[in-house]
Ligand binder design. Structure first.
Ligand SMILES: [Zn+2]
Ligand SMILES: [Zn+2]
Length: 351
């Protein structure tokens, strides 16, 4: 089969590799689409501790069930189903796994990292993923290309599950990339009143952000966010902040602009060698602030994401800037790196 094989930093090659053989306890998927994640871009340029080259990465996958092993016990899934796959696979035994939080398993082994990913014609679903029921069927009206956005949206849904966004809330999102804009649309769909997206790359923010109705877009280089938030909230401050960027400054300012009972999600991680920030802990104390993290997602978030996209509450088409063939994967990675696009979806076996 044809695959994009990652051989190391800045080295990805289109190669003919052996098509995986479906074992008795495995499921084989014919891959339709795989969207390029910011993490794929980071793996390409910087490597990743769980990706051992040569490897096939890619985890925002849709496809069609091609073969189901004889001993697979998964009656909900049959050959021909249109599906996406849950990225996080837990060990199945630890405290977090027993609660269903496979994303938080200390020994998590993800598809597209430890296991083969979606930049290939076929994808083998390992037994442990099947035990964790890691396959999600696409709603009938959801196209396989749009379905590739379920995974990134599921991560945003997991992040916002902590934030209790409700009607009347003022929500500030730092970062105007695809994840920031997904968060913004998700907050809107939860009834938030004002949803503000801040990014120092205002050109990109305006170009992509203005496609979506009702978002307020601020130039991070020019706007004094704290002052402006105070102005539009009569001095109360923001109800919710989400940092969808790897920036310390956003995390520190985000806590400062929260009003009483405010909630912040440190959604985007910081560079691992530069992740200490300074905060005034008394803000958290006196204002009863809540600080949350978020990392990846679980099946329930995928199901919710698939629903939101199929109902049109998240307009997936507006997020897809380019659909490219597998051969152009490097170009796709560079388009994302250069901020020219929102999402790039690689087409492997079209609908
Ligand atoms: Zn992703
Ligand atoms: Zn575990």
């Amino acid at each position: 089969m044809k695959a994009a094989v990652y051989h190391g930093i800045e080295d990805i090659r289109i190669e003919e590799v052996e098509k995986p053989v479906c074992g008795e306890r495995e499921i084989l998927i014919k891959v339709s689409y795989c969207a390029i994640c910011g993490t794929d871009v980071r793996i390409f340029f910087h490597g990743h501790k769980k990706v051992n080259p040569p490897a096939i990465i890619g985890h925002e996958i849709t496809g069609i069930i091609e073969e189901i092993g004889k001993k697979v016990d998964y009656p909900e899934i049959k050959v021909g189903d249109r599906v996406t796959v849950v990225t996080s696979i837990g060990c199945g035994k630890c405290k977090m796994c027993l609660k269903g939080y496979y994303n938080l398993c200390p020994d998590t082994k993800a598809i597209g990292y430890y296991y083969q990913g979606g930049y290939a014609e076929y994808l083998l679903i390992p037994e442990i993923s099947i035990q964790q029921k890691g396959i999600v069927k696409l709603p009938d009206n959801l196209s396989l290309s749009e379905g590739a956005l379920i995974e990134p949206l599921s991560c945003c849904i997991n992040g916002q599950s902590y934030l209790n966004i409700e009607e009347g809330d003022t929500v500030v999102i730092y970062g105007g990339g695809p994840i920031g804009l997904m968060h913004a649309n998700l907050a809107k769909s939860s009834g938030a009143d004002k949803v503000i997206v801040v990014d120092p790359d205002y050109e990109r923010l305006e170009k992509f952000g203005k496609q979506f109705e009702g978002l307020i877009l601020w130039d991070g280089k020019k706007v004094n966010v704290k002052e402006e938030i105070n102005k539009i909230t009569d001095g109360y401050g923001a109800d919710v902040v989400i940092t969808a960027c790897p920036a310390k400054q956003a995390q520190m300012e985000g806590i400062e602009i929260l009003g009483s009972k405010g909630r912040i999600s440190l959604f985007g991680g910081l560079p691992k060698d530069n992740s200490i920030i300074q905060i005034d802990a008394n803000l958290i104390h006196y204002k009863e602030l809540s600080v949350f993290g978020a990392y990846a997602s679980n099946k329930k978030d995928y199901i919710k994401a698939a629903e939101l996209i199929s109902e049109g509450k998240i307009e997936a088409k507006k997020f897809i800037s380019e659909i490219i063939p597998l051969e152009k994967i490097k170009e796709g990675i560079n388009m994302i790196k250069n901020g020219e696009v929102l999402k790039v979806v690689v087409e492997i076996n079209p609908d």
